[in-house]
Unconditional design. Structure first.
Length: 364
């Protein structure tokens, strides 16, 4: 009676057991792999010259690496598993040689899930996620037919959102937020329309104080842009038109003093440009520019271990061309005079001491 009961149970279990497919093993050198040109790989038995069909194990023999996969007419079809050091690294499903469904990648160290990606007909489609080693989400990004479409987010180890962007048909769309790390961490906020930056652009320090403010129109900088230090003091004011500097650009020191005053036209220096002393605010250098090149007079304060002087040089289209003179700061006396032509000194040159006495005179 006991034997009959045991036999009945065994028969029932055998009837309910899943069918195991015959699995053929191949070494990697026993098959040929052909890229058919549409992103798919064709696998053939090298000896029989026949396409693989059914479930097969393909062994690399290096690092205990192999894959288990279903094939149909030589293409991946059905379940796919990839192993390294006898540990599962990747798994997913194929349809007619193309990824289809969810693919998962696991850590070679502890076997934990690292990446989870969805495909349709070989293209990214749906959510893609990556994970930290503790299993919490690191990134999540949505795709549609191979293009970014939907959210693009990143989280830090504590679960705080540090990137929150949006895409449509592969292009940035709508509000975008990024946490930028560096010497000073800051938050970047912008807005996009059809892949181009549009409207107000703001960077803020982590305490919420502004770091940079400006505007975009159709992806190009426009209007006034202002940069601030971490204490809220203004560091720079610039004006843009069609992504090019236009008008006065001013750079400030940490005490609010002006350090540079440059004029621009079409992203090139144009007009008067000045460099100012950090402590006194006095002009250290002043030049006249035209289309990015010195054109006219340039005055430069030269600090000497004897007597400081200001030299004035005439420029023509970026080249020294015309009168030159140097004046002592202390008493306004002439220090040196001469003339340039195409960057070369020409004619009679003279040099004087602080009291106006001629020290040297020569011809170039």
């Amino acid at each position: 009676m006991k034997i009959w009961v045991i036999t009945t149970v065994l028969i029932a279990c055998m009837c309910n057991a899943p069918t195991v497919m015959a699995q053929k093993k191949y070494k990697i050198e026993e098959i040929t792999v052909v890229n058919v040109g549409d992103g798919r790989l064709l696998f053939r038995d090298a000896k029989k010259e026949k396409s693989l069909n059914g479930e097969h194990r393909i062994i690399d023999g290096y690092h205990s690496a192999y894959l288990l996969a279903g094939f149909k007419d030589g293409f991946y079809d059905g379940t796919y598993q990839e192993y390294e050091y006898n540990k599962l690294r990747t798994e997913g499903t194929y349809k007619e040689g193309r990824k289809n469904g969810t693919f998962k990648e696991y850590s070679s160290y502890d076997g934990k899930l690292q990446t989870e990606t969805n495909y349709a007909d070989g293209k990214l489609d749906g959510m893609k996620k990556t994970y930290y080693s503790d299993g919490t989400v690191e990134t999540e990004k949505e795709y549609k037919a191979g293009k970014e479409d939907g959210i693009d987010r990143r989280y830090d180890h504590d679960g705080k959102l540090v990137k929150d962007c949006n895409y449509k048909d592969g292009l940035p769309e709508g509000k975008q937020m990024r946490h930028i790390t560096g010497t000073y961490d800051y938050i970047e906020n912008s807005c996009y329309i059809n892949g181009l930056a549009e409207g107000e652009y703001i960077q803020t320090y982590m305490d919420g104080a502004p770091r940079l403010k400006g505007y975009y129109k159709a992806g190009k900088k426009v209007a006034r842009w202002i940069k601030f230090d971490e204490l809220g003091d203004t560091l720079k004011i610039e004006s843009y038109d069609n992504d090019e500097l236009n008008g006065l650009s001013v750079t400030f020191g940490t005490k609010g003093q002006r350090l540079k005053e440059y004029n621009y036209r079409n992203d090139k220096k144009h007009g008067i440009c000045k460099d100012l002393d950090y402590e006194t605010g006095a002009v250290k250098r002043e030049g006249e520019y035209e289309n990015g090149k010195l054109n006219g007079k340039e005055k430069v304060l030269v600090v000497s271990n004897q007597f400081d002087f200001i030299e004035t040089t005439t420029y023509l289209k970026g080249h020294r061309h015309g009168p030159y003179e140097a004046i002592y700061v202390k008493n306004g006396q002439l220090r040196e005079k001469g003339e340039y032509k195409n960057d070369y000194k020409i004619g009679r040159w003279s040099r004087y001491d602080i009291n106006g006495k001629l020290e040297k005179e020569w011809d170039e």
